[in-house]
Ligand binder design. Structure first.
Ligand SMILES: NC(=O)c1ccc[n+]([C@@H]2O[C@H](COP(=O)([O-])OP(=O)(O)OC[C@H]3O[C@@H](n4cnc5c(N)ncnc54)[C@H](OP(=O)(O)O)[C@@H]3O)[C@@H](O)[C@H]2O)c1
Length: 263
């Protein structure tokens, strides 16, 4: 698939950074969004060295005005072929065992769910006008198999899966393809603060390659690794005692971090 105008949110680290590096090539314009100037700048340097034109968006993804003006400015300069709504945070049970607060849940839903929906809608008018384009929502298997140690994170991803699949059908006739990916454990800033088992963890580069293959095949809902994704898809239909048995082996805590690094 030849995407030439690409915006990636959460491009300063982990999966977003790996996608930017994989997709960078001469003739490609990459819009990279993040908050950490130093890390975003070093990703920008790397993708520019690979021949891509770079536009950096240094803002908080929850700032809808900044997001829309970045997307509009990008689309005025280059045709917008692909938008990856990837920026996200993890929160949940604290290292001393407390469950999340309502304020933490709201903050997480603002970032992972509402800002991702804003990202999709910021891109949509440009793609509907051209009757072409692709939008990827990065969700999680936690959206299929709810995590007792991260209720809001699970809810944010379940909401995004549902929203994405509904929008995929809604946009079907208009030439805009919407894909939803559910990664398993991937080495990144997020897994650095996840204090628990990481079965079948893969590198961010391996994850990026699987994501690109899924987008190229225009899969509606896809995930990896296969075993974990299959288990997660069955989880919601399984009796609660089976789910509890499996999930008991995957309990975790979330180290305190500022959304970028452990505190
Ligand atoms: N790693 C996993 O095992 C895993 C599994 C399933 C799903 N995912 C999903 O994959 C996505 C990427 O996460 P990751 O694992 O690559 O973690 P990561 O290394 O921590 O990267 C998260 C990215 O999101 C950005 N971000 C977070 N909050 C933001 C905000 N308010 N405004 C702007 N940018 C913000 C960060 O940018 P700054 O630091 O510059 O703010 C960073 O670039 C997330 O949606 C996550 O839920 C990850």
């Amino acid at each position: 698939m030849a995407w030439q105008g690409i915006i990636i949110t959460g491009a300063s680290s982990g999966i977003g950074e790996a996608l930017a590096r994989e997709l960078a090539a001469p003739g490609v314009t990459l819009g990279l969004v993040g908050r950490n100037a130093e890390r975003l700048g070093s990703v920008a340097e790397a993708v520019a060295a690979a021949g891509a034109i770079v536009r950096q968006g240094l803002f908080d993804i929850r700032d809808a005005d900044a997001l829309r003006s970045f997307v509009n400015d990008f689309a005025a300069a280059a045709p917008l072929d692909l938008v990856v709504a990837n920026a996200g945070i993890l929160d949940g049970r604290t290292p001393d065992g407390d469950i999340e607060t309502a304020a933490a849940a709201r903050n997480l839903l603002d970032t992972n769910l509402l800002a991702s929906i804003e990202t999709l809608h910021a891109a949509l008018p440009h793609m509907r006008t051209r009757r072409t384009g692709q939008i990827l929502l990065v969700t999680s298997q936690a959206g299929l198999a709810p995590l007792p140690d991260a209720p809001a994170y699970s809810a944010s991803k379940a909401g995004l899966i549902s929203y994405g699949l509904a929008m995929r059908e809604a946009m079907r006739e208009e030439g805009v393809r919407i894909n939803v990916v559910c990664p398993g454990y991937v080495t990144s800033g997020m897994t650095a603060v996840h204090q628990g088992p990481h079965p079948f963890k893969i590198s961010a580069q391996a994850a990026a390659r699987k994501i690109i293959a899924g987008m190229e095949a225009d899969k509606g809902l896809f995930g990896f690794p296969f075993t974990l994704f299959l288990g997660a898809r069955c989880a919601i239909a399984a009796p609660a005692w089976i789910r509890r048995l499996v999930m008991n082996g995957m309990r975790f805590r979330v180290a305190r971090y500022d959304g970028q690094k452990p505190l």
